[in-house]
Structures are given as C-alpha cells and as structure tokens.
Design a protein around this ligand. Structure first.
Ligand code: UDX
Length: 423
C-alpha cells in the first residue's frame, strides 16, 4: 500500500520503518531538515533500539523515503498517518494546533478518498474536528483514529507484535482498508467508533499510570508499616485477576505519555462536566511519591555543609535517553533548588537535563565525594557496578535506591547504608 507518515519522532519513525519492513511504500514528512538529513543517513537522533537498521533497510529497499515537505510526502498516499506532538496546554488538555496546521498544509495534496489516521494521542472529539477541517478545506478524504501503543525502548517490537490494533471509524471501507494494512501482523483488530478509539488510548495509559501509582502507594505504606513491597507484590501478582506486570515500585511514572495523558483525561472529563477525581489523585499521588524521595534524601543529608548527591540515571526509564517528565530529573532538580550539588551519570543522557546538573563520565565518577548516592533509573548496568570502590570514593555512606535494583547485602558489605523503596 502507499502510505505517508507525517512526523518523524519516535512514534512516526518507528511506524514508518516497520510499515516499510512489511512491504508498504512509505513517504515520511518531517519539518525539521536536520532530522530529515540524519534519517536519510539512517542515523536518527532518537535512541530507539533497532530503529537505525530498520530505517537503513527501508532506504535500501527503496520503500522508505523522507521529505522536508509534508505536502510532497502525502502525494499518492492511500493512508496518511499523523504522528505529531500533542503537547499539554496549561489546563492539562491536549494542544491540537500542530495537527491542524499539518491538515491545512496537506489538504490540497491528498489523493481522493485518502484516509488521514491519527496515530498521536488526540482528545476525544478530535475525529470530528479533523473531519470538519478537511471538509472546510474541500478535501475529499476520510479521518480515522488508530492510536499507537508503542513504548520507548521497544517501539519496533511493539509495532510488529502488538496486543491489539484499534481502528476508530464510522466507515466500513476505512475499517477494511486499515485492517488490510495490518493483516500480515496477525494481531487482533478492534474496530470501533472514533471517540471510543480515542478514549481507549487515554484509558489504557491512565490504567497503567494507576497501577504504578498504586504500587508506589503500597510501597510507601510497606515502608512505614515494616512490610517488604517485593514480597507483597509477588503475593498480589500470583492472583490471576491482578498479575505481576506493571507493578514495579520506583520513583514514580514519567515519560512523554503517562503524565501527559492522565492530565488530558482529567481535562477531557472536566470539559464533559465530569470530575475524574480518581485520575486526578493518581497524578497527585505520583508527584507526592517522587517528592517523598526528595525529602528522604534531604533528611539523610541533614545539615551537612555543601551537600553533594550522586545521581545514577536521568532517563525516565531504562532503555531510552528520553528525559521528558523523568522522575530522576525531578529529584535532581529539586535537590539543586535546595542548594545540593548534583552529579549525574546516565548511559544514554550526556547533556545536563536542566540547569545546575553536573555530569560525570561514568557511574563511579558520579559517586565521587558525594554524601548520598541515589539510583534514579533502573539501568541494569548499575546493578553490576562493584560497590567497594564506589563506597571508598564517597564522602558519606548512604545509598537511596529509588528503583530497588541494587543488592542490599552487597551494598551493606561495601559499608553503605542501603535504603530502597517500600522495604
Ligand atoms: C507508555 C505506554 O506503555 C505506551 O503504550 C504508550 O504508547 C506510551 O506511554 P512509555 O512512556 O514508553 O510507554 O513507558 P512505559 O514503559 O509504559 O513506562 C511509563 C512509566 O512508568 C516509566 O516512568 C516507568 O519507569 C514507570 N513504570 C512502569 C514503573 O515505575 N513501574 C512499572 O512497573 C512500569
């Protein structure tokens, strides 16, 4: 099939490379010329495992191409995917202005009967808004909702092996064509109305955020009450109705989706006259959990003069260099605000994520002369660092492991005082 993908961020680039690998012709439109240049050399600035080689294969097969002009990219496309940012506005609702601008830019170049499918997470009602814009512009095109469920760090695998494909449309012919596009993937397809498809994305991310906030709340209670969260979660997860996935305690959920989508869901509810207090409290609970870790660190620091903290990990989770809404960065920035010197190391983040961060060249360097060592991201290599030399180079002895990845016995054997989450 002839496909266009507008937006070559991690969602757009991953979708485009995967669709080309399935044999479709994919023209990508991207407004950042530097990103287009890098993609044409299969050297993306997005740290996504397998992405560069999938792009290289697509370019070599001639099926994948990148264009600086969106109107050119949509020419001849039967399906145009929009993989564009929908940032949060100050009231938490999603800002659709980028999508609207692209529709205006491309409407007159769309082929007759083209399907414009929203991959980005868009508020409920966007289908109607996009349909109205295209019709005002005189475009003879259909709109569809086809939300992505890609995780940073496993985007390609998630695209090619999804749990489900959701298609939101009122048109049987659109459902048929979109189903055909994905046929070779062999995943279950749910065809529903556009508003429900748009809602499935928000509801899924809000549920995942709720599980993480729930696990962190139980961890906080365990810590206060003397229980061990690891065994508590093991015991809970053995119940088939609960399962053990997505319940790992940590410093709080972050990233480009869960925080933004939970805020947007509250705003969608409120616009519709509904107070989504459960989701609002998940957001509050997540922030206070992260803040409680900051308080824990400040308590250990006490009135040490010129306090220093080493921070292992800045990315919002392991496997990515993405620091958007990263709890590790929030912890570091809060400490810097309190006058603490923070030296950070992250295998994939080399630039300071915010003003005031000092960057170390490796994990041991980040621990040098610090009063407290904090683990902010669950990079597996942190669990393998030999703790003897780390303890020797530190000024203090405390290790606060916000990801529960360091072996407590090893830390104590190295002379460190270990504090995890929920135990
Ligand atoms: C998420 C959704 O999973 C994906 O379907 C959607 O399309 C985009 O948002 P992503 O943001 O890449 O993907 O991260 P995810 O792996 O879901 O983790 C989100 C956050 O929750 C991270 O901060 C992670 O550290 C945290 N988390 C996750 C936990 O603290 N514990 C867990 O058990 C799982």
């Amino acid at each position: 099939m002839d496909i266009a993908v507008i937006g070559a961020g991690y969602v757009g680039a991953a979708c485009a490379a995967c669709l080309a690998s399935l044999g479709h012709r994919v023209q990508v439109g991207e407004r950042d010329p530097a990103r287009v240049e890098r993609l044409l050399e299969a050297k993306s600035d997005i740290h996504e495992p397998g992405l560069d080689s999938a792009v290289a294969a697509g370019l070599a097969s001639g099926l994948l191409s990148f264009h600086g002009n969106n109107a050119v990219a949509v020419e001849g496309a039967e399906i145009v995917f929009l993989a564009l940012p929908t940032p949060s506005t100050p009231d938490g609702s999603a800002d659709l202005s980028i999508i609207e601008a692209v529709l205006r830019e491309t409407a007159s170049s769309l082929q007759r009967g083209a399907i414009v499918a929203a991959k980005s997470t868009v508020p409920v009602g966007s289908y109607d808004r996009m349909t109205a814009i295209l019709s005002d512009l005189g475009a003879d095109a259909f709109v569809a909702s086809n939300p992505e469920f890609l995780r940073a760090g496993s985007a390609l695998d998630d695209f090619l092996n999804p749990d489900r494909i959701v298609i939101g449309t009122h048109e049987a012919s659109v459902a048929e064509k979109m189903t055909e596009l994905y046929r070779s993937i062999g995943a279950p397809v749910l065809v529903t109305d556009p508003a429900s498809a748009e809602m499935i994305k928000y509801a899924s991310n809000a549920y995942l955020a709720t599980r993480v906030a729930f696990a962190n709340t139980i961890a906080d209670i365990c810590e206060a009450a003397g229980a061990d969260i690891s065994d508590v979660l093991k015991g809970m997860g053995m119940d088939k109705r609960i399962g053990s996935h997505f319940l790992k305690p940590g410093p709080g959920f972050g990233g480009s989706c869960l925080p933004k989508d939970t805020r947007a869901l509250v705003a969608i509810g409120s616009e519709a006259g509904f107070d989504a207090d459960l989701i609002a409290s998940v957001i509050r609970s997540n922030r206070s959990h992260t803040d409680a870790i900051v308080t824990k660190i400040l308590t250990v620091i006490g009135n040490t003069s010129s306090p220093r903290v080493g921070l292992w990990g800045l990315a919002f989770k392991a496997g990515t260099g993405d620091v958007r809404e990263s709890p590790a960065v929030h912890i570091g920035a809060s400490l810097i605000d309190q006058g603490v010197t923070v030296t950070a190391f992250d295998p994939m983040v080399t630039k300071p994520p915010a003003p005031g961060f000092e960057m170390a060249a490796d994990a041991v360097g980040a621990a040098s002369q610090v009063d407290v060592l904090v683990i902010g991201t669950e990079w597996p290599e942190f669990a393998d660092v030999e703790l003897g030399p780390v303890a020797d180079s530190m000024r203090g002895t405390a290790i606060i492991d916000a990801r529960n990845i360091i072996n407590q016995q090893d830390a104590e054997a190295a002379g460190l005082t270990y504090m995890g989450v929920g135990r």
